[in-house]
Design a protein around this ligand. Structure first.
Ligand code: ZLM
Ligand code: CA
Ligand code: ZN
Length: 388
C-alpha cells in the first residue's frame, strides 16, 4: 500500500495431534509415542510455537490411505482385535507380533499420523507453507499390504503422492538409522521420486537387512525408476564430521542431477548417539546440520519424524530442528528453559550434550575414510543415469 514490502519470511506449519501421543505399543516396547509429548513440551517452552502455524491433525480417510494401502489391509488394521503379541507364527499382514503389536486405538493412531503428513504436504502444495513439520510421522517401513518394523501406515508415501499432484520431481531423504525400505519400494518404478537413505547396514544382524550400496532400483530396460534409489550403508560409530560430509556430498549431487521441486526429509532420531536401538555417534548438531542443509536449498520442505528410542535425545533433536526450520537456532539458549515440562527427564540441562555426557565412552568408529570415499564414488557413478 505505502510501498513498503514486508520481507517475506519463511512460513512454517506444525502438524500434530495430542491424541497420537496417548497410544501405547505395550510394556517396554521401544516405540514410545510419549516422546512426542516431551518434544512438544520442549518446543513450546522455547516459545517456538509462536513462530509457526499450528494445525491439529484430522484422521486421514480410508480413501486417502487407499492411495497406497490395499483395502484388504486397511480393513484388517481397522478391525483387528487387541491381543498379546505373539511371535510364534506368521500373522496376516504381519500384525500382532512384538514389533507390530495390535494395541488399543491402533487404527486411529495410524489415521492421525497419516492425516498430519497428508495435511502437511497439502500446505506445501498450495503455497501456504514453505516448511511443514510432522514429528509424529516418518513411518518408513510400512508396505502397501503389511505392517513392518513398528510402522503400520506409510504416511511418507501418502505425503509424497500428494506432492506428486503438483510437483514433477520429489527428493526423499531418510536419516533414520534404519533403511527406508517401504518408501524406496513404493517408488521403485518411477523416475519422479529419487529416494536416498543413510543407515546402519548389516544384512544379518540389523533390521531390515536391506540397503546395500548396489541397491539402486530394478535395473531393467523398461523401468524408468532404475537408478532412482540411492543407499548409503554405514557401520557402527559414524561421527558428525563423516555423517555431515556424506549427507551434504550425496544430497548435493542428487539435487544437481535430479533437480527436485520438493524435498521430504525423514528425521529419524535413532541415528543419534546413545539411542536405545541405534549404533551411531551422531550428535544433535550433526543431525540438525542435515535439516539446515535441506533448508538452504530453498525448496518446499516436509520434515517428518521416524525412529528415536531414547526420548530425551529425540526431544532435543526435534526441538533443535524446529528452531532451524523457523530460523532461530542461533539465538535460542542452549540451556533447556527452567519451566520445561518434564525437565528432569533430560538428565543434562543442555540441548547439545557432549558424546561423553551421552555415552560415557563413545562407540568405536568402524567407518574408515576409504569406506566413505568409496560410497561417494559409487553414488556419483550411479547418478550419471539420473537426469531432471
Ligand atoms: N523381535 N519389546 C525400526 C524397527 C526395528 C526383527 C527381532 C522382537 C526391536 C525390538 C518389541 C517388549 C524405525 C527386528 C526383534 C523382539 C523379530 C527391532 C517389544 C525390543 C523389543 O523389548 C521389546 C517385549 C521389541 C522390539 C527390541 N525390533 C529392535 N529392533 C526391529 C524393528 C523402526 O525406527 O526405522 C522407524 C520407526 N525388528 O529386528 C526381529 C527381527 C522380532
Ligand atoms: Ca535411513
Ligand atoms: Zn529407525
Amino acid at each position: 500500500e505505502n510501498g513498503i514490502v514486508r520481507p517475506k519470511g519463511i512460513n512454517v506449519s506444525f502438524h500434530l495431534n495430542p491424541e497420537i501421543e496417548q497410544h501405547h505399543f505395550g510394556h517396554s516396547h521401544p516405540m514410545k509415542p510419549w516422546r512426542l509429548t516431551l518434544s512438544k513440551g520442549l518446543i513450546i517452552s522455547y516459545g517456538m510455537h509462536a513462530a509457526m502455524d499450528t494445525y491439529v491433525a484430522r484422521q486421514a480417510t480410508e480413501e486417502e490411505m487407499e492411495d497406497f494401502h490395499t483395502t484388504d489391509y486397511l480393513d484388517y488394521l481397522r478391525t483387528a482385535e487387541v491381543a498379546i503379541p505373539d511371535d510364534s507364527e506368521e500373522k496376516p499382514h504381519n500384525l500382532g507380533g512384538s514389533d507390530c503389536p495390535i494395541f488399543e486405538g491402533l487404527f486411529d493412531y495410524c489415521a492421525l499420523y497419516s492425516g498430519a503428513s497428508i495435511d502437511a504436504a497439502r500446505k506445501l502444495c498450495n503455497g501456504q507453507s514453505d516448511i511443514a513439520i510432522n514429528w509424529s510421522g516418518g513411518l518408513h517401513h510400512a508396505k502397501k499390504n503389511e505392517a513392518s518394523g513398528f510402522c503400520y501406515a506409510n504416511d511418507i508415501v501418502l505425503a509424497i503422492l500428494q506432492l506428486l499432484r503438483q510437483h514433477p520431481r520429489v527428493l526423499y531423504i531418510d536419516i533414520d538409522v534404519h533403511h527406508g525400505d517401504g518408501v524406496e519400494e513404493a517408488f521403485w518404478s518411477t523416475d519422479r521420486v529419487l529416494t536416498v537413505s543413510l543407515h546402519k547396514y548389516d544384512p544379518v544382524c540389523f533390521f531390515p537387512g536391506t540397503g546395500d550400496l548396489e541397491r539402486n532400483g530394478p535395473q531393467s530396460e523398461d523401468n524408468p525408476g532404475a537408478h532412482h534409489a540411492i543407499n548409503v550403508p554405514l557401520n557402527d560409530g559414524i561421527d558428525d564430521d563423516q555423517y555431515i560430509y556424506l549427507f551434504e556430498t550425496v544430497v548435493g549431487r542428487c539435487v544437481d542431477k535430479f533437480r527436485p521441486t520438493a524435498i521430504v526429509l525423514q528425521c529419524g532420531a535413532d541415528s543419534l548417539a546413545g539411542d536405545r536401538l541405534g549404533r551411531f555417534n551422531v550428535q544433535v548438531q550433526g543431525h540438525g546440520a542435515c535439516v539446515s542443509y535441506c533448508k538452504s536449498l530453498n525448496l518446499p520442505l516436509l520434515l517428518v519424524g521416524g525412529g528415536g528410542y531414547t526420548p530425551r535425545n529425540v526431544a532435543r533433536a526435534w526441538a533443535h530442528e524446529t528452531s532451524i526450520a523457523i530460523g532461530c537456532s542461533d539465538t535460542i539458549d542452549p540451556e533447556i528453559p527452567l519451566h520445561t515440562p518434564y525437565r528432569e527427564h533430560f538428565r543434562h540441562t543442555t540441548l547439545f550434550p557432549t558424546l561423553e555426557q551421552i555415552l560415557g565412552e563413545p562407540k568405536p568408529n568402524k567407518n574408515s575414510p576409504k569406506k566413505i570415499q568409496d560410497i561417494v564414488e559409487h553414488i556419483t557413478e550411479q547418478l550419471r543415469f539420473v537426469n531432471a
